[in-house]
Design a protein around this ligand. Structure first.
Ligand code: UDP
Length: 365
């Protein structure tokens, strides 16, 4: 450890790691602090029984940006992976995202015209511009699909009624009138061969890293070690919650080793009914070619932020957005401070957007 650094980076997730890499490329010295006992934030992966475990939920890298794809694949090898989740509604199986396979199973039809006719009939109940997630969903795919594949899942995920959620959340999902189960519409899709931890390790190579340390209680002490600070944690915590708490949704992952070769036949199965307490089960071995005789699964339970103290998804409603702006204004007044990443930007970023934002910030160095 040195006595002084050009940059203190708080958080070793994807944003912090890319920024660190870029800073070091420019000859700057970097000290990184991490609250958890490992690097990588929520993309962290770990090997068990020869299987790469996505410890904080499924991460499939997808982008249409050639530069970003080149950036990550130059660092570590990736294998192609097309995400084709299955939805399980009370034991009935449907393909995701919403496409002709889904519509054919739902309505016993076979052509795009038939599907469009049914959806257009069902969407008739929404007269104006959709003002919430429920209206947006019905207007995209009709009430049958909303009730079967969206309502229960979404209400479990966000812990509130679809009528009180913003429409943008559901616009992340494609609706296709082809028999195409590819969840993402991006050109480039894949997963690092040796897991995301290998990617993060490459990015932070050369930085000094201290794990299991909380920056906030000793902010002054840590800042004194560097010229500037990049903070990637929640902004309300940075300012002692002085203007109120930002809301997040959290997750608990129940990891189970199953003495069976194949548990569910797919990497991701969504449980879209209201009664099943988890939203998803991921079976890690299906993310990569693997010959293990056993398997590992993770059940994903959405829970309140209060329950875990771990912020995952920002709740992007009006109150939270305007509260965030107040905190952002405070951060903008601190010349030595840079903030960024999913938590500090209070944004529902995918990984490629996170990397892009970090590259943009680093280009100003
Ligand atoms: N969603 C749904 N049913 C599903 C999967 C997703 O209704 O089977 C909705 C839900 O509202 C969710 C949103 O789509 O919050 C975005 O899903 P995505 O899979 O993009 O979420 P993430 O993987 O980021 O958790």
């Amino acid at each position: 450890m040195k006595s002084h650094y050009d940059f203190l980076i708080v958080g070793t997730g994807l944003y912090g790691a890319v920024f660190a890499h870029e800073a070091m490329k420019r000859g700057l010295s970097v000290l990184m602090l991490e609250k958890r006992a490992h690097i990588g934030g929520n993309v962290y992966t770990e090997e068990k029984d020869g299987i790469t475990i996505h410890k904080y939920g499924a991460h499939i890298f997808h982008t249409s940006d050639k530069v970003i794809w080149g950036y990550v694949t130059n660092l570590v090898p990736f294998h192609p992976f097309i995400n084709s989740p299955i939805a399980n509604y009370k034991g009935h199986i449907y393909n995701m995202p919403f496409n002709m396979n889904t519509f054919a199973r739902m309505w016993d039809i076979s052509t795009p015209d038939e599907a469009k006719r049914i959806i257009s009939e069902q969407r008739g109940e929404i007269k104006a511009e959709p003002g919430n997630l429920e209206e947006q969903a019905i207007s995209l795919v009709g009430r049958d699909i909303y009730e079967t594949l969206i309502k229960g899942y979404t209400e479990k995920q966000w812990g509130r009624p679809c009528s009180e959620l913003p429409p943008e959340i559901i616009r992340r999902l494609p609706v296709r009138f082809t028999y195409d189960n590819n969840y993402f519409s991006d050109i480039y899709q894949g997963i690092p061969d040796d897991g995301y931890t290998s990617l993060i390790e490459k990015l932070v190579d050369g930085a000094d890293i201290i794990l299991s340390v909380d920056y906030l209680p000793d902010r002054v002490k840590w800042d004194a070690l560097s010229e500037r600070t990049l903070y990637t944690g929640p902004l309300d915590a940075l300012y002692g919650y002085s203007k109120g708490k930002l809301e997040y949704r959290s997750e608990i992952f129940e990891e189970i080793r199953v003495e069976r070769e194949n548990f569910q036949g797919n990497a991701v199965v969504n449980y879209t009914d209201r009664e099943t307490p988890w939203t998803r089960i991921i079976e890690h071995k299906h993310f990569a070619p693997c010959s293990s005789p056993v398997t590992w699964i993770s059940r994903e339970y959405p829970v309140s932020y209060e329950e875990t103290g771990e912020p995952f998804y920002p709740v992007g409603d009006e109150r939270n957005r305007s509260l965030y702006k107040e905190y952002r204004a405070l951060a903008d007044k601190e010349p030595r401070l840079i903030i960024g990443g999913r938590l500090a930007d209070y944004a529902y970023y995918d990984m490629d957007k996170t990397i892009k934002a970090a590259l943009n910030a680093a280009s100003l160095l």
